[in-house]
Design a binder for this molecule. Structure first.
Ligand SMILES: NC(=O)c1ccc[n+]([C@@H]2O[C@H](COP(=O)([O-])OP(=O)(O)OC[C@H]3O[C@@H](n4cnc5c(N)ncnc54)[C@H](O)[C@@H]3O)[C@@H](O)[C@H]2O)c1
Length: 430
């Protein structure tokens, strides 16, 4: 049977490498579509959890799909099983290193592992967000080192993930999937595979176009968020509420898309991905000024919020040094447990450096997990929301917070997310 015949008959074995926010939903969808799927990860704890049908991602409920997919799913840290896969999808992290340059270790380590087991007729698809040229140059070179030729002996493609975790309107299946293959045959194999799980595929002429499309989407968000953050600061000085302005502007039925200000950028994508292009652009003697400017404005937002906290404390005759601040929301966005790159940690750090005593509440994050960047916060626990602090700082608009009667707490509230909409006498916008 050819690869295409195996895909069409659902007998192709699918291997997903990296079982995180992107990889785990993919595993579930391919299983639901009738494929046998093997999930690969170097994190043994994740493999053990999956063996018990326990999810480690809050919004992914494994028990509800267990009946549907049991028998067609297994998870392993034994990468020799890659040899048995027909299609291999790479979903490993693409962070920045401490110099804010692409850290491609995870992608390249994974690719080297695949190269060890690569065989004819296999399809390898990279989904990790990255700079144009990763798939057809870097990944290809590593895979071909064993003697097989991409586009001839095996298929190679790039297809970006557009997952928006916990978005109730758009899930994996309803978001069109952009696919770029090294050759027309690579494209055909990759689109055939994705057609089994998504409503529509968008074939493009090369992996580079697909890589660039993903970066354009995220740079567009980063630049527009920077724009509203800048206007928020200006309108504040002018006595105008930026949230009301956005509500009015978005009634225009064409040519305007609403973006909202916040305490700074967070998550694994928007603060990071644009700099993959900035880095690559240098090779072409090109300076990405829009990306840099947006980064500059967005990374300065926590300082603006700290200033607002100081002003709010001043207004009630207190100063920051020694004040007890309860920060609401560690997750970078509402109703998820993802705290990667969250501006809340920057806020905690800055406030504590200035002598404040900071505790936090987050219904999605009961305990702060260990992380490389903020190791000092690991182990701290979510605290109840009451009026025993000197100030409450809202950093994330979790649904639970909209139910709270903040006015009754009788403490100053600094709101970066328009949760209160002015409904407290001691309310300060930030
Ligand atoms: N999270 C999102 O919403 C989102 C959306 C679009 C694109 N992306 C992109 O998708 C990629 C993955 O992101 P994520 O959020 O799923 O990351 P994640 O950190 O949630 O998951 C990555 C997984 O890969 C595993 N891993 C790391 N190195 C490995 C290796 N060498 N072999 C096998 N497994 C390995 C980790 O243990 C982890 O379980 C990134 O490039 C990211 O930019 C993420």
């Amino acid at each position: 049977m050819t690869l295409l015949e195996k895909i069409h008959s659902r007998t192709a074995r699918i291997g997903v490498i990296g079982l995180g926010y992107v990889g785990l939903p993919l595993v579930i969808e391919f299983c639901r579509a009738g494929f046998h799927v093997t999930g690969f990860d170097i994190d043994e704890k994740k493999i053990a959890s999956l063996g018990q049908w326990e999810s480690y991602i809050r919004h992914i409920d494994l028990s509800s799909v267990r009946q549907e997919i049991e028998g067609r799913f297994d998870a392993t840290a034994d990468f020799s099983k890659l040899a048995a896969m027909d299609c291999i999808i790479i979903c490993v992290p693409t962070p920045l290193n401490k110099n804010r340059e692409p850290d491609m270790r995870f992608v390249f380590d994974t690719t080297r592992t695949i190269a060890r087991y690569l065989r004819r007729e296999q399809l390898v698809v990279l989904e990790s967000t990255t700079y144009p040229g990763t798939t057809d140059q870097d990944v290809r070179e590593i895979l071909e080192a064993g003697g097989l030729t991409a586009g001839w002996d095996f298929h190679l493609a790039f297809s970006p993930e557009r997952e928006d975790p916990n978005n109730k309107d758009f899930g994996l299946g309803s978001i069109p999937k952009v696919v770029g293959g090294l050759t027309p045959a690579c494209l055909e194999a990759a689109t055939a595979m994705y057609k089994a799980i998504v409503k529509g595929t968008v074939p493009v002429s090369s992996p580079r176009v697909a890589e660039a499309a993903k970066l354009l989407e995220n740079i567009y968000r980063s630049v527009n968020i920077a724009l509203v953050n800048e206007l928020k600061m200006l309108f504040d000085r002018m006595g105008i509420d930026v949230w009301e302005v956005i509500e009015a502007a978005k009634t225009k039925p064409f040519g305007f898309q609403a973006f909202h200000p916040g305490p700074g950028l967070g998550g694994h994508c928007i603060p990071i991905d644009p700099f993959y292009l900035t880095w690559k652009a240098r090779e072409f003697d090109f300076h990405t000024r829009f990306i840099e400017l947006a980064g500059e404005i967005n990374t300065a937002m926590p300082d603006y919020v700290v200033l607002k906290v100081m002003k709010a404390l001043n207004a009630v005759g207190k100063h920051l040094q020694g004040s007890r601040i309860l920060l609401l929301g560690l997750a970078y966005k509402e109703n998820v447990d993802d705290d990667r790159e969250s501006p809340s940690y920057r806020l905690m750090e800055k406030l504590e450096e200035l002598g404040a005593v900071v505790s936090y509440n987050d219904p999605c994050i009961p305990v702060i997990r260990p992380s490389r960047e903020y190791a000092k916060f690991a182990g701290r626990r979510s605290q109840p929301i009451d009026g025993t602090c000197d100030l409450i700082l809202i950093a994330t608009a979790h649904a639970e917070y909209r139910e709270i009667d903040f006015a009754a707490l009788n403490v100053p509230i600094v709101d970066t997310r328009n949760v209160l909409r002015g409904k407290s006498p001691l309310f300060f916008k930030a």
